[in-house]
Write a protein that binds this ligand. Structure first.
Ligand code: 5RP
Length: 262
């Protein structure tokens, strides 16, 4: 079955497959958002079917909640879970310190809350997301709709004083209308090209009135699992200081792709 997948989907699939090995029976698991995270939800559902694994999932978006429910995963709210054993999510960029840019899929706010409320965060990705310095991917910043143009101007003004190479913010659109997050907010995508000091940038952006949260995840991610198109996976654990490689069998995974035709 996985022979039908493109190399990029294979990379996402094997990263997800390796990451769900961290999940143990009874865990409360944060379920990320995006195309890579969707593979993780499918792989978790497969382990539930095949091994009887029981977990409760806290989704980070309505999209992920829908997929999880459809595949038979028990969905609970973060307030019901209170704290999570593990969150597995994708990323738009990660650097050598495993700091991240997230929010390309528009779910950064719930993703950051859920990841921060977890004992461990695992990022699943393909190798294209690895960078020496964050910032080539536009940094998403969630802002409330009230006065968003003023907030945008304040953000651009603030960027001039930061160690970044760009100072332009663009309102994310959905067709002709502003993109609306699950929380009813908008997103500004900041074209920074290179973020010299991600920690400072994250802190300063969040001081601006109207900014709800930014997509810089600093000291939140513990493990990155990189998948490759040939089935190899590389696991980097920043706390243990380890890097391991292994190979995922690309043999039949029954029912794993049942939702893909939608
Ligand atoms: C959503 C995210 C995603 O994790 C990020 O955009 C990566 O998505 P994909 O796995 O589809 O490349 O942060 O808000």
């Amino acid at each position: 079955m996985s022979g039908d997948l493109s190399p990029i989907d294979t990379a996402k699939f094997v990263a997800a497959k390796r990451a769900v090995e961290y999940v143990e029976d009874g865990m409360r698991v944060g379920l990320g958002t995006g195309s890579t995270a969707a593979w993780m939800v499918r792989c978790l559902a497969e382990r539930m079917r095949e091994e009887g694994l029981r977990i409760r999932g806290v989704p980070t978006s309505t999209r992920t909640a829908e997929l999880a429910r459809k595949l038979g995963i028990q969905v609970i709210s973060l307030d019901e879970a209170k704290w999570l054993d593990l969150t597995i999510d994708g990323a738009d960029e990660f650097d050598p310190n495993l700091n991240l840019i997230k929010g390309g899929g528009g779910a950064l706010l719930q993703e950051k809350i859920v990841a921060t409320a977890s004992d461990q965060m695992i990022v699943i990705t393909d190798a294209s997301k690895r960078v020496e310095a964050l910032g080539n991917f536009p940094l998403p910043v969630e802002v409330i709709p009230f006065g968003w143009q003023t907030t945008k101007a304040l953000v651009e003004e603030t960027l001039a004083g930061l160690d970044v190479l760009g100072d332009k913010a663009a309102l994310r659109l959905n067709g002709d209308a502003p993109y609306v997050t699950d929380e009813g907010n908008h997103i500004l995508d900041l074209h920074l090209h290179r973020i010299g000091n991600p920690r400072q940038t994250a802190l300063v952006l969040n001081q601006i009135p109207g900014v709800v949260e930014n997509g810089l995840f600093i000291d939140i991610c513990d493990v990155v699992v990189i998948g490759y198109g040939d089935g190899r996976v590389e696991v980097t654990d920043i706390n243990e200081g380890t890097r391991e490689q292994s190979q995922i069998e690309l043999a039949e995974s029954t029912n794993l792709f049942s939702d893909l035709g939608d």
